[in-house]
Structures are given as C-alpha cells and as structure tokens.
Design a protein around this ligand. Structure first.
Ligand code: PRP
Ligand code: URA
Length: 209
C-alpha cells in the first residue's frame, strides 16, 4: 500500500481548523490555504538531500550545505490548487510550475481535463502535485496519469484534507505516489463531498458561491 503522511504540527492544525469553519470568509480562506501549503511544504522537504559547500562570510570561510539532487516542479490542479502553489513558491521560489486544469462533473463525479502545461523537463524533476481536496480521488488519479504520460517519474501529492476513499483509489492506480495531508477525514457524502471537510474548496477560495 502507498505511503500516507499526516502533518500534525500544531500550527498546521490550528490554521486548518479555522479554514474548515463555515464562518471564515474567502480572503482569510485564501491566505490560510497559502500559509498551510507553505508549512506543509516545509515538513515535506525535510528529507531533501544536501551537499556540503563552503562560502566566504565577511569574516572568513564557513562550511554549509545546499540542496542537492533533483529539482522541484510544483503542479497545482486548477482551480483550487493555485492557492497552494503560491504557498509552496514562497518557500521554493525557483521551482518550475506546471498547471493541470481538471473539474469534477457534479453529477457523475468523474474528472474532466481541460488544460495541461508542464515544464519540458518534468521527467527529471521531483513533482509535487498540490490540491486542497482528495475526495473520490478521480482528479488526482487523472492528473498523475497525465504527468506520467509526459514522462514524470518521481511524484508526490500534497492535499489539505483527504478522504479514505480517495487515498484508496489513488493508491490502487498509483501505489508509488506518497500522499501528504493535514487530515484524513471520515467519509464522502452522497454528493462526493468530504465529511466534515471544508465544503467546496474552489468556491470558498474565490467566493463563487
Ligand atoms: C475540487 C478539488 C479537487 C477535486 C477533488 O475541484 O479542488 O480538484 O474537487 O475531488 P475528487 O477527488 O472527487 O476528484 P473541482 O472539481 O470542484 O474544480 P474547481 O477547483 O475548478 O472548482
Ligand atoms: N471538492 C471539494 O472542493 N470539496 C470536497 O469536499 C470534495 C471535492
């Protein structure tokens, strides 16, 4: 079975709780998604390989380390992933960014892809797919299948809230993709929404409902 890591840092959980609150308006919601994504990216990159380097301070030589190995590509799933992209880029501003546009048909809950633009060297980068919600898993599976078709090999998925159903579907299709999340919620309701979740992430981010 694939790997799932739940980030339980108190700051992440504090902000996630405010995010879930139906009384939180879209401006604060957007800011919180960005902040949580930045904190999660910090946690998620704790195992990056480093290389020893030496620099010269105004006082003399100093040994240090810089990040080595594969470079990162961040791939938000539109629309809601855009707010997470902003948070990840605050931490890693030189990462390349790809965009995948997918919406979920409200009746069938099946994903529909309408846009895909990826860095040409995506195959040699560590890919971090970001989307606040992993519900049925359809959108995540579709986007990772698309990434693989474009040559991506090392792929991780970072979400704010995951449903057990979505984790199962993702790992049935892509067992090697690790899932990073701030919470694994209870179940999906009859409309495919995560319970308790936070509602419709895109609508809450952009005030479209
Ligand atoms: C939401 C969310 C995910 C998807 C999750 O996007 O941001 O992409 O639903 O659901 P799934 O796991 O069942 O596929 P939505 O389809 O509402 O599109 P939007 O961001 O454009 O509003
Ligand atoms: N998409 C959302 O935005 N929220 C859910 O709970 C499920 C899918």
């Amino acid at each position: 079975m694939g790997q799932v890591r739940v980030f339980s840092h108190p700051l992440i959980q504090h902000k996630l709780t405010i995010l879930r609150d139906a009384a939180t308006g879209h401006k604060e919601f957007r800011e919180l998604v960005e902040e949580i994504a930045m904190l999660m990216a910090f946690e998620a990159t704790g195992d990056l390989p480093v290389q020893a380097v030496e620099v010269t301070t105004p006082v003399g030589p100093a040994r240090g380390s810089t990040i080595a190995g594969q470079e990162l590509a961040v791939v938000p799933i539109l629309r809601a992933g855009l707010a997470m992209e902003a948070g990840v880029l605050r931490l890693m501003p030189t990462a390349r960014v790809g965009h995948i546009g997918i919406y979920r048909d409200p009746a069938t809950l099946e994903p529909h892809t309408y846009y895909c633009k990826l860095p040409p060297d995506v195959g040699s980068r560590q890919v971090l797919v970001v989307d606040p919600m992993l519900a049925t898993g359809g959108s995540a599976v579709e986007s990772i299948t698309l990434l693989r078709r474009h040559g991506a090999r090392t792929i991780r998925l970072m979400v704010l809230i995951a449903a057990p159903e979505g984790i199962r579907r993702l790992h049935a299709a892509h067992p090697d993709v690790a899932v990073y999340t701030a919470a694994v919620d209870d179940h999906l309701n009859d409309h495919g929404y995560i319970v308790p979740g936070l509602g419709d992430a895109g609508d809450r981010l952009y005030g479209t409902r």
